[in-house]
Design a protein around this ligand. Structure first.
Ligand code: SF4
Ligand code: SF4
Length: 724
């Protein structure tokens, strides 16, 4: 180092390096903090959000999802590249800081790195800079040559961001080269006069550059040293101040976004944080109508999105051409924030988000109604960006303004007056139990004050009223009966659980349905609840309070199989089943939203001779069948049905039977089989129906009879209209 003057000592244009670099530091840091302060303005005008609880749990998540980059390997190549770049950045952070200080204080050494740790750290960072540079080159080649589809920007969402991405990647590459040249020129200088030089990591970029520079004269190396130092400083601060203008802002915000991420993802955000249900009548406006109605955390999400496209790549609505792409929900909101809260100039707020571009809107109504709340986007996002709460909040805003799609008006009215979306009479709710043969083998009691039971089977609307789905109700009741469960139903006292009503933004109607059901459940005196509908399960478990513990029937069956109370006959005993290959379709509200993946699979695997294959998209990457509840009444614009795509996935996996554990999946999948022209090649069956069919309790004749009963049921449903 004695061979060439340090950057701080060099005098150029009558200004010493020390003064020049001090000036750059002050301007760079001040500029960065000013820009970030301006970016924070909308967050201070936003709605409240309670994210300050459980600091240790949150820190644990920072270690896992931020420092550990937990979700990155879900995309192997891009994820691995990101992990290397991230690790390189973390390792280089101390070196970058030291390099910055050396410009004003040439003898500065980071505390802890003055002894033998210093050279070891330098060797590690030599390799880190080399690897980051290599990753940048690969990333640029991927973007320019291979062009992964998920980075594409459809015309309706604006222009591609490739140029910006390449520009940023190039800046990082320049930083790495400058850093390496800086180290190489410093290390090469003593070699000319034959002195001992600082050891560089073999085959690292600084090491290779040193080999090239070794013949250069000391004055040349001195000029190079100063030049690359200046380049490093300018690039560093330019990057620092440029990042808050685009996707690279996530470098600053991601740690905070992960720390403040929602801990209980299944519980929908309240209409207003800090306002209890009893005081909701005092809230003047429900939901999100303007940008400032978003919570500060949701705005932080907008700033944090890295535009990686993984959410949209997994979004079923996007896959079937509905006008929804979660990635662009975020990008459009971020662009809105940048436009309305500029770094220079006055903030302008208050425009309505839903509506035409001319009126200042950024979202269309269809876009917001197209979401099935399947949760695939949230499961995928490496930065834990949230979507469902935002979409439900936007729907709450539309409902509050009376902006309800035509096709949803009738079912919503029926839910209000009759407690179910079909407008059927309450007294018909238990009609599914009246089939003569069924009553003989499995009488189902209606629980109430004078007729108690340990367990409540909460049936919900679709299984109670839909001719085809009633088969799921009867199969469930028979399984409960088989394992000796003392159970009953609420019958006419049961209202729709309101799961979808809530997710469609009708909070007041949901509260009325919930309160009615809670009163009825409490009056029945039951100790626990079982349901065969994952939407009901999710509602009772997460949206209701003060009700007994709830289980999905697949959990009950799995437990009873393990306990030996349920045993199965071999699949081949039923000649229709002998050559079948089964694929289990994870319902979103059982799998992704409640992590019940293994129980249904364990049950299937316990059936002797059952051949099961796994679809490529399964478990937390399951592909939504099209959505349940009110989604059945909404006809979004789409190029293809989600269910059709799902059935094709099952066929590609080699299955000819799709097993599900949700009545809504059954509706969508059976429709899709017909639409796809796959009748005769693919069938669908609910887990309860299959279990009921295979349970070891019947004589072979009776079993055949039961199988044809299910077949008849399916045939009836094919000719009957499902929805009145
Ligand atoms: S929201 Fe998450 S997954 Fe989607 S583009 Fe942004 S960072 Fe990627
Ligand atoms: S919840 Fe599902 S449908 Fe809605 S945006 Fe996310 S991935 Fe798409």
């Amino acid at each position: 180092m004695d061979n060439i003057p340090s950057a701080a000592q060099v005098t150029s244009w009558l200004v010493t390096g020390r003064i020049l670099f001090l000036l750059i530091h002050v301007l760079g840091v001040a500029g960065f903090f000013y820009i970030v302060a301006r970016r924070l303005v909308p967050l201070f005008r936003a709605e409240r959000d309670f994210r300050f609880d459980q600091p240790l749990v949150r820190l644990g998540r920072v270690l896992k999802f931020w420092l550990g980059q937990w979700k990155q390997p879900r995309y192997k190549l891009a994820g691995t590249l990101h992990i290397f770049i991230f690790a390189g950045f973390i390792l280089l952070a101390i070196r970058a800081f030291s390099v910055l200080i050396v410009g004003v204080s040439q003898n500065f050494v980071m505390p802890g790195l003055s002894g033998s740790a210093g050279p070891i750290y330098n060797i590690i960072t030599d390799y880190a800079a080399t690897i980051v540079l290599l990753c940048m080159v690969i990333a640029v080649v991927r973007r320019l040559v291979f062009k992964p589809a998920r980075y594409a920007v459809p015309a309706r969402y604006g222009k591609a961001h490739t140029a910006d991405a390449i520009f940023l990647l190039s800046l990082i590459a320049i930083l790495m080269v400058a850093d390496s040249l800086f180290a190489a020129s410093k290390a090469a200088a003593p070699l000319g006069p034959g002195q001992a030089a600082e050891a560089l990591a073999a085959f690292s970029l600084p090491w290779m550059l040193q080999k090239v520079l070794v013949s250069a004269s000391v004055p040349t190396l001195g000029r190079l040293y100063f030049g690359v130092y200046l380049l490093h400083e300018l690039t560093f601060y330019f990057l620092l101040c440029y990042r808050p203008f685009g996707i690279q802002f996530h470098v600053e915000t991601s740690l905070f976004n992960v720390y403040f991420a929602k801990l209980d993802r299944e519980i929908l955000k309240p209409v207003r944080w800090g306002v209890s249900d009893e005081h909701l009548d005092q809230v003047k406006s429900f939901g999100v109508k303007t940008f400032e109605d978003f919570t500060w955390k949701h705005m932080l999400d907008f700033y944090t999105c890295a535009d990686c496209g993984r959410c949209s790549d997994n979004c079923p609505s996007n896959a079937v051409g509905r006008p929804l792409s979660p990635r662009f929900l975020t990008i459009k909101a971020r662009d809105y924030a940048f436009r309305h809260y500029p770094v220079l100039g006055r903030a302008s707020n208050g425009a309505t988000l839903i509506g035409s571009k001319d009126s200042g809107g950024i979202y269309s109504e269809d876009e917001i109604w197209s979401c099935t709340t399947c949760g695939a986007c949230e499961a995928e996002c490496p930065l834990l960006v949230e979507y469902i709460d935002k979409i439900v909040d936007l729907r709450r805003g539309m409902i509050d303004d009376g902006n309800v799609p035509q096709s949803l008006q009738k079912p919503l009215k029926a839910l209000e007056s009759r407690g179910n979306p079909y407008g059927k009479m309450e007294k018909k709710k238990a009609d599914w139990t009246n089939a003569k043969e069924f009553q003989q083998i499995c009488p189902v009691k209606t629980v109430g004050k004078s007729n108690g039971a340990d367990t409540l089977y909460f049936v919900d609307s679709i299984t109670s009223y839909d001719d085809r789905m009633q088969s799921i109700g009867r199969a469930t009741a028979k399984i409960l009966n088989h394992v000796g469960e003392d159970f009953g139903i609420l019958g006419a006292a049961e209202r729709d659980s309101g799961h979808e009503v809530r997710r469609f933004g009708e909070e007041t109607l949901f509260m009325a349905l919930r309160d009615h059901n809670v009163d009825a459940i409490k009056a029945s005196g039951v100790q626990r609840i079982i349901t065969s509908d994952p939407h009901t399960y999710n509602a009772l478990k997460h949206d209701y309070k003060d009700v007994p513990p709830v289980e999905h029937i697949s959990q009950v069956i799995a437990r009873e199989v393990k306990a030996g109370k349920i045993r199965f006959d071999p699949i081949a005993d039923n000649k229709d089943n002998a050559n079948r290959v089964y694929a289990y379709h994870d319902p979103c509200y059982l799998g992704r939203h409640n992590q019940i993946y293994d129980d249904p699979r364990d049950v299937l695997d316990a059936i002797p001779g059952l051949k099961r294959v796994e679809m490529k998209r399964s478990r937390d990457r399951s592909f939504c069948c099209g959505g349940g509840g009110l989604m059945l009444f909404y006809e979004p614009k789409e190029e293809q049905r989600m269910g059709v795509k799902r059935v094709q996935m099952a066929a590609e996996a080699g299955a000819n039977v799709m097993v599900t554990a949700c009545p809504f999946c059954m509706v969508n999948i059976e429709d899709a089989i017909k639409v796809a022209g796959m009748e005769g090649k693919m069938t669908a069956i609910d887990l309860t129906e299959l279990v009921d069919q295979q349970i070891a309790r019947l004589s072979p004749d009776l079993k055949e009879e039961r199988a044809s009963e299910i077949k008849e049921c399916v045939a009836v449903s094919e000719s009957a209209s499902r929805l009145e």
